[in-house]
Design a protein around this ligand. Structure first.
Ligand code: BGC
Length: 260
């Protein structure tokens, strides 16, 4: 075990994935373990799977912190919403639940916040000194706003109301698949979304993640924005890497309002 090797776990609607991360490089320092998300994906059921993953890496984890991402708003250790996971996560004391299941401290954070931080520290926006907005286009739209290396957590701008609609209900990648839209048909929706975001926040850079970003050349060059917009680099590693990174940061700067 090394101080620089930290376990990151990414809870998604279909799979729960974990790997040791080398925080000097942002690379995985172990194989990735994936376990199917239990149904119903209640806090108790998910905690059992998280424990299974932590146990699998027990010899490498030692007493280093552990970071866990979840597709929900997380304030002071409490999950406040639930996207693609069981609704019983709403107002659940997530860090306390995991802490009890594992007998150790766990740091829980929003999935897009973790992915965004990973892109700024190790990925497409590495070393960027300005205002970076990372969006993940997937089942929903996740967001991370990072200004001068500092994360503003839980921004949830995938839910901006645009033309009377919640943005992720017309611009998420899952909507493109469900409605069988070609990329040319999808581009106007992304255009409407990103032009609204840039009008409100004036970012220096957009980074676009989520599975669809592997086809970035089919849609990013067609967007007409004043802000540069580039694909994410860490792709499906971003959540795990960001979870590990933020766990260490959070240990250095504990949350004074954290629920016990
Ligand atoms: C949720 C966010 C989450 C995003 C990506 C949205 O629907 O509200 O909390 O980060 O999906 O999973």
């Amino acid at each position: 075990m090394s101080d620089q090797h930290v376990l990151g776990i990414d809870i998604g609607g279909s799979g729960i994935k974990g790997a040791m991360v080398d925080l000097t490089t942002g690379e995985f320092a172990s194989d990735r373990l994936r376990i199917v998300t239990p149904q119903p994906s209640t806090p108790a059921n998910v905690a059992l799977v998280v424990k299974e993953i932590v146990d699998a890496f027990a010899d490498q984890v030692g007493d280093s912190p552990i970071g866990v991402t979840i597709p929900a708003v997380v304030t002071h250790g409490v999950t406040r919403s639930a996207a693609n996971i069981d609704k019983s996560w709403i107002d659940a004391p997530a860090e306390a639940i995991f802490g009890e299941a594992l007998g150790r401290d766990i740091f829980v954070m929003n999935d897009a916040d973790a992915a965004g931080v990973a892109e700024v520290i190790f990925g497409a926006a590495k070393g960027h000194q300005g205002l970076v907005i990372v969006t993940t286009l997937g089942t929903g739209i996740g967001s991370a706003i990072i200004n001068r290396n500092e994360l503003l957590p839980n921004t949830e701008i995938g839910h901006l109301e645009i033309d009377g609609k919640d943005a992720e209900t017309f611009a998420a990648a899952s909507v493109r698949e469900r409605e069988k839209l070609s990329f040319d048909e999808y581009v106007p929706r992304l255009q409407r979304y990103y032009e609204t975001v840039e009008k409100l926040f004036w970012p220096d850079l957009f980074v676009v993640g989520g599975g669809v970003s592997k086809h970035h050349e089919k849609f990013l060059p067609k967007l007409k924005l004043r802000t540069p917009i580039i694909p994410a680099e860490l792709r499906n590693r971003a959540g795990i890497v960001g979870a590990a990174w933020l766990a260490v940061e959070r240990q250095k700067h504990p949350d004074p309002l954290r629920a016990v």
